[in-house]
Design a protein around this ligand. Sequence first.
Ligand code: ADP
Ligand code: MG
Length: 687
Amino acid sequence: MSQTILHNPVTVLRGVGDKMAARLSDIGIRSLEDLLFHFPLRYQDRTQVTPIGGLQDQVDGLIEGEIRAAAVTMGRRRTLVVKIEDSSGLLTVRFFHFRQAQVSQFKQGSSVQLFGTPRRLGGQLEMIHPEYRLGDGGNLVETALTPVYPTVSGLGQSTWRKLCGQALTVLGNNPPEDLLANLTEDQITLHEAIAFLHNPPPTAALSEIQQGHHPAQIRLAREELIAHQLTVQGVRDTERQHRAPPIAPLSPITTAFLASLPFTPTVAQERVARELADDMSAQQPMLRLVQGDVGSGKTLVAARAALDTLSAGYQVAFMAPTELLAEQHFANLHTWFAPLGLSVTWLSGRTKGKAREAVLDKLVTGDAGIVVGTHALFQEDVRFDQLGLIIVDEQHRFGVHQRLALADKGAEDQRPHQLALTATPIPRSLAMVAYGDLDCSIIDELPPGRQPVTTTLIDHARREAVIRRVGVACSEGRQAYWVCTAIEESDTLDIEAAEATQDALSHALAGITIGLVHGKLKPTEKATVMEQFKRGDIQLLVATTVIEVGVDVPNASLMIIDNAERLGLAQLHQLRGRVGRGTINSHCLLLFRQPLSATAQQRLKVMQDSHDGFVIAEADLEIRGPGELLGTRQTGLAEFRVARLPEHEPLLIEAQALAARMYQSDPERARGLMQRWSGARADFARV
Ligand code: ADP
Ligand code: MG
């Protein structure tokens, strides 16, 4: 009964016409329940006035003071600067966008209230564009914490507050069914928890909420994580119900291949290869993720699985997220497989016209055994004769749905085995969320003889000295990468920065051959430069971050990364993994510009102190939070509404167990939970 009322469309609320309903629907909010499960991102505390002297860097505050001065300055930007004083201190406030009328409003001696985020600039706290009320009558003080909702343009905070307020009234009279009843020990009911998060009372401890520790958050996070794990298990279950071709391990060709290698596989590679072989010998599809640090040799393990599949008469599709990485795999597999009499086919977005038709034809007839390529592989018109295995490299760059779209290309009554590889080790809790439908194998060992890379942080001011050092290294026969990023984030600017750097370096380092690669080069041009670098004809390779993954030149032992403070830890770790592949001592120099933000400083220090991908990933999660870490949109990873990682990791582990039981024993309840939480941001549910 109460369920039906909460399932009413949002149009039953006052102030919601067709136009607003459409806007809400765009972000997945259609019913009152959807609205109630759209929770504030954070809260502002406007319940009390903070003395100026008590303001903290980056912590929102409401202050009350007297205007000491107001003037327009004409620096690089026209700025209205206002000085506010109370008995505890003086605060500078800046407005970059202002009307002339505003300037005269700020009368010296009159009182003002401001709400904003103070930032420390040159030792002093400043507020930029705070909200303000002039005069004694102005009152920004609120009696409760003020929720701030995630929103889109056209839906202001006051609208959210009004709508949610109305929905809460309905909720109060019609408490929703408690789908966790008798399962957990929460003291707080579902509707109390919902009401609390939309409307925390003035007594609520903001710090507790900010850390995600409030019982209302725990109650909802638990439910959300259970719902998510149910969805993940649903995906997994659906996949497992299909039939897959059983593949016998260690075919004669695979054995011949292993014998032809100039090295022996590591113990970890052997173990993981066996895990894959076990999965693939079954009549259900393998669903496995192989995690292994940069350089741990994941490709070899994948190649073995591919060879067994080909030997059994099935096709293999090997997909990588970038053109450059796919080309590397193509070249690598070609070198390995050609002597065995197996040809490797190539398909990318740039394969066009007749060439593309020819490839599609070979795939659908089964003439092509293994195809390597990019996103182009899962396009609609790409069909296979007998697809037996898909390999997705750098799985975190793809969405779950992209892997499944490729898996859909099996023969009518069967599904291919699925192997995902990732070089970005991610903490266990995140793996459960991002790859929860996959079994996991870890290659926790690097091939012998790898050299740790010495990492040094260097101020941009010492760039000249760095250039000289590159010159010396190259003249001694070593090779180096110079990775360029622009100061602002932009692919085009990155390329410009790389071109400018190449220019500057060729002037400074006469006699050294310098190459350039970036994402906008034609594949043939890129391949030529890479080939020259591999052969040693090019000594110094200037590049954008396109070389992040896959490039393998053992003689390259020095890497410079420009504006390293701009890159995330995962990216820095990937880049650094390009050196230290040979037997020579390798160095990575991280050039940074002052001033460094606190988090940039932390990141660079982690790089200097650690080589372990897992340690770096944990640090990344702590510094940045999970959304940014994986790049939510790319992964199809649900962006949680209440749950947070790593804070709620214990809840996640418990949720996995609970979900497993509920999935079997109470499918009705499971469906209710999934539906309740499958709103706008639960992308995973819509794979
Ligand atoms: P990643 O796990 O980063 O994808 P790759 O598969 O690209 O690593 O392997 C990195 C390099 O190490 C390649 O040149 C590969 O041929 C080589 N390699 C792989 N396994 C071994 C091994 N057991 N011993 C020595 N070299 C190996
Ligand atoms: Mg790789």
